[in-house]
Design a protein around this ligand. Structure first.
Ligand SMILES: [Zn+2]
Length: 294
């Protein structure tokens, strides 16, 4: 068993980091600019983000590699630099995390749809494989496959990470609430289906990220727990439902509002809590305050 899952089995509640994408934008990342290229061109800024979460008291931080697959990078003519950009992402977060905190190598969707025949499953596997190997080389303890909506893509990523690295494997999907008040990914997958289909693939930790704010995550965790009472669950919620204001996308949830749901989330069965889009080091600090009282 990997170290993160082991800490959870011992009854610990862990805190993860907050947003990367919206934080990079705050630091000046322009629309159309490749976030992962900042690992090479603005390494100090990327380090500052990682360090600010560690300084907020988080037990783990992600890497700036969410769009680091060859398919995503090809959109910026950087498809040949997968290894360099991902390895550097992990090295930067490793440096911020030191020896005692965990580094989660972030792996987002490829943007290719298997069902549409955009790429074959083998091609997609190879893309995840090269990204995961680079993240592991840079010092990642775990691979976090996140914002997934297609179960086949998620499973392909899990296999690629598991078969080619020694990292712990985390997989989170993004659910929206439907008009029938159920939770589904964009591709129609429920938390129950996710749990049933990916646990057999040897994933260590599962959960949900992004979405419409932390309150909705409580129902998602309850649904996962009905299917599996034991698997460690990680939640990275957005700071509320995004609103468009003065030409900008704004995430309205304050650190205090986010923190006010942490107790319920833990009671529902969540083991690791952090943030997604719009969350800041202040949000993480507030979450740490609540978790420390446990
Ligand atoms: Zn998000």
């Amino acid at each position: 068993m990997g170290k993160i899952a082991e800490a959870i089995r011992q009854g610990k509640i862990l805190v993860s980091d907050g947003a990367w994408g919206t934080y990079l934008q705050h630091k000046g990342l322009q629309p159309g600019e490749c976030p992962e290229l900042w690992n090479i061109e603005h390494p100090d800024e990327v380090f500052e983000i990682a360090k600010s979460y560690i300084d907020s008291g988080s037990d783990m931080i992600e890497t700036n590699s969410f769009g680091g697959s060859r398919y995503k990078l090809a959109g910026y003519n950087l498809g040949e630099r997968v290894f360099e950009l991902n390895r550097t992402a992990a090295e930067i977060s490793r440096k911020a995390a030191g020896k005692d905190k965990f580094v989660l190598g972030s792996v987002g969707p490829t943007g290719k749809i298997l069902m549409m025949g955009d790429v074959t499953k083998d091609e997609m596997y190879d893309a995840f494989k090269e990204q995961c190997i680079a993240l592991a080389k840079g010092g990642a303890d775990a691979i976090v496959i996140e914002t997934m909506s297609d179960i086949e893509e998620a499973v392909t990523a899990i296999r690629a990470a598991k078969e080619n690295t020694d990292c712990e494997i985390i997989c989170t999907m993004t659910f929206e609430r439907t008009v029938d008040n159920e939770f589904r990914t964009m591709m129609g997958i429920s938390p129950t289906q996710m749990t049933e289909e990916i646990i057999g693939e040897g994933v260590d930790i599962i959960g949900a990220n992004c979405g419409n704010g932390i309150e909705g995550m409580i129902g998602i965790v309850k649904e996962i727990r009905k299917t599996d009472p034991d698997i460690p669950v990680l939640i990275h919620a957005n700071a509320g439902m995004p609103v468009y204001k003065d030409g900008e996308t704004v995430f309205p949830e304050t650190p205090g509002e986010t923190a006010s749901f942490v107790d319920q989330l833990i009671s529902a069965g969540a083991n690791i809590i952090g943030g997604c889009c719009g969350t800041t080091p202040e949000h993480i600090k507030k979450i740490v305050e609540i978790v420390k009282k446990k």
